[in-house]
Design a protein around this ligand. Structure first.
Ligand SMILES: Cc1cc2nc3c(=O)[nH]c(=O)nc-3n(C[C@H](O)[C@H](O)[C@H](O)COP(=O)(O)OP(=O)(O)OC[C@H]3O[C@@H](n4cnc5c(N)ncnc54)[C@H](O)[C@@H]3O)c2cc1C
Length: 305
């Protein structure tokens, strides 16, 4: 299999390719075994080639953004991890300076896009101040905070399917939900079309400051984590339920429930995915036995069993 990979990567692929890559270096939790191959497509045609190659050979693929919502298991990942962070970095504003519409590459970070919006006096993305990751990953996750989310500013997405065929899917068909979306299986987001509102720079600045300050006091921003581990259930707030179940500060190995925000599991240094999964299982069991509420993971758990 490695030979088949290598031939394709030497002869066709223009971007960078790495073999046997520790995923711990590509996730905000700093956890995860090795990926067989990590490919960084340089542009759309490179990605198209890669998708159709993997599809023909039936190699498994995983699309990686910033790795900030991921728990990769200790035995690593089969197949090809497609890292979107080196290509797809364009930010193209429509029309004149006063225009409020933009087409953003999936590999652009939310923080860079927010910075550009602020410079142009465009409002709508302030909620994302302090949310790490890429525009592609945030769109798939429908990332959100403080009463707003990506779906409020997305007009549509450009995707490639597993065969490398491109299409535009409008926001209403993206299937946005609370911390999720339902694009057709295997869709790779390459660009996101967004629309903002013109606003005074000082008003935007003020909102960003307010959200950042909130985040700094209510979450363990200095420790490696994947953000919220569980989604908020309909019946309440996950962090409160976990805290009431007595988990603040509880650890398994080096994985610890933050004592700042109980819905964050932080890596104290050498945590393994198995530690995080063990802690998640204990939390789910106890919260369920105490309240009858079943917590659903927000973090995406991937990799070999
Ligand atoms: C400190 C911290 C705070 C956070 N705070 C918040 C918060 O307030 N609100 C919130 O919603 N989230 C939060 N998160 C979670 C995370 O930052 C968001 O979900 C984020 O936007 C994910 O983007 P990413 O690029 O890192 O995606 P990744 O983690 O790389 O991937 C997430 C999912 O998207 C898929 N994916 C990624 N890119 C693409 C693409 N181009 N095409 C198709 N599929 C793709 C991946 O396969 C995976 O299934 C936080 C995380 C951290 C570490």
């Amino acid at each position: 299999m490695a030979e088949q990979y290598q031939l394709f990567f030497v002869q066709r692929f223009k971007g960078k390719v790495l073999f046997d890559v520790p995923m711990s270096q590509y996730t905000s939790l700093g956890i995860g075994g090795a990926a067989d191959v990590m490919a960084f497509p340089k542009d759309e045609s490179d990605l198209k080639d890669l998708l159709s190659f993997a599809n023909t050979k039936k190699f498994p693929l995983f699309i990686l953004g910033g790795g900030t919502n991921l728990l990769v298991k200790d035995r690593g990942m089969d197949g090809i991890v497609v890292n979107m962070c080196e290509g797809f970095k364009d930010i193209v504003w429509a029309g004149d300076d006063g225009d409020t519409k933009v087409v953003v590459g999936a590999g652009v970070t939310l923080s860079l896009l927010l910075k550009r919006c602020k410079e142009r006096g465009l409002s709508g993305l302030e909620f994302a101040a302090g949310i790490p990751g890429t525009v592609g990953g945030a769109t798939i996750m429908n990332a959100g905070a403080y009463g707003s989310e990506l779906s409020c500013v997305v007009e549509g997405v450009e995707v490639l399917n597993l065969k490398g065929k491109k299409s535009f899917i409008s926001a209403k068909d993206v299937g946005f939900s609370y911390r999720g979306s339902s694009l057709p299986e295997g869709s790779v987001v390459i660009r996101v079309h967004m629309s903002f509102k013109a606003e005074e720079a000082s008003v935007i600045e003020e909102k960003i400051k307010e959200f950042r300050a909130k985040r700094e006091t209510t979450s363990p921003i200095k420790c490696p984590s994947a953000g919220s581990i569980f989604k908020n259930p309909e019946e309440g707030v996950a962090g409160r339920l976990i805290e009431e179940a007595g988990f603040k500060g509880v650890s398994v190995g080096d994985a610890e429930v933050s004592d700042v925000h109980a819905n964050y599991i932080v890596n104290r240094g050498n945590a393994k995915a198995a530690d995080v999964l063990g802690l998640m299982a204990r939390i789910r069991d106890k919260v369920y036995s105490q309240t009858g509420i079943s917590l659903e993971p927000e973090v995406k758990v991937v990799g070999r069993d």
